[in-house]
Design a protein around this ligand. Sequence first.
Ligand code: 6PG
Length: 244
Amino acid sequence: MDPTAEALIDRLVGAWADVAREAIHQRGVFHAALSGGSTPKPFYEKLGTDLRCSDHWLHTHIWVVDERRVSQDDQRSNFRMIRHALIDPAHVAGERVHPVPVSDDDPAAAYEAQLRRVFQARRGVPRLDFVLLGVGDDAHTASLFPGSPAQSAKGWVANNEGPSVTPPPRVTMTYRLLNGAREIGVLVTGSGKAGVLRRVAQQLREHGPDPVALPITGVQPTAGRLTWYLDAAAASGLSPKTSS
Ligand code: 6PG
């Protein structure tokens, strides 16, 4: 692995530990929402190794940012990857693990009901403590694809499919839920992402967010913090002013 990617993952493990400690100290519980894709796997593995014996898992809830509507044994399942890389090694107890109920008729409504129940949310959007996002080559994040219906969804979770969504059909947390998080980390590694990051940085610098064309630019925390975690290869197309 690129040494800057390794250092980045260590920083992210440190950020996770800090946010978890603070959340548990303040509220007695830590809610994390994790993305799939290939980029975060080494981070989840490191987290499961470095913090394996930590007590914070006893107070940690794991949610899934977005999911493909496939079975949990399917290679394309985000939950499958997260379970193997993190949940199983860290022994996070089943009652605090929240896979998306993909086989439900309306998984978005069912997941939203689960969030409402666990957060005991009567009004207002639940505040996730830590959200980890990635960025696709087309600048999608979560399963919010350019020009796709879920981008304008009013709820906390949306089903997303159609011509603008890379198959299979998806279920995704919406901007409304994601942007309410206390801490959002966007992890991007590898030279293959340099081009999309350059476009995103240019858009933000020159015109501001354009969530329809570049969904990641719609991630704008309402009261939390957004941190970009980029390795040298991913950041190689950015000017020094915009690199992390
Ligand atoms: C998914 C993700 C998605 C991901 C990006 C980047 O289910 O695909 O949650 O939003 O973060 O597509 O994916 P890679 O890490 O594989 O490049």
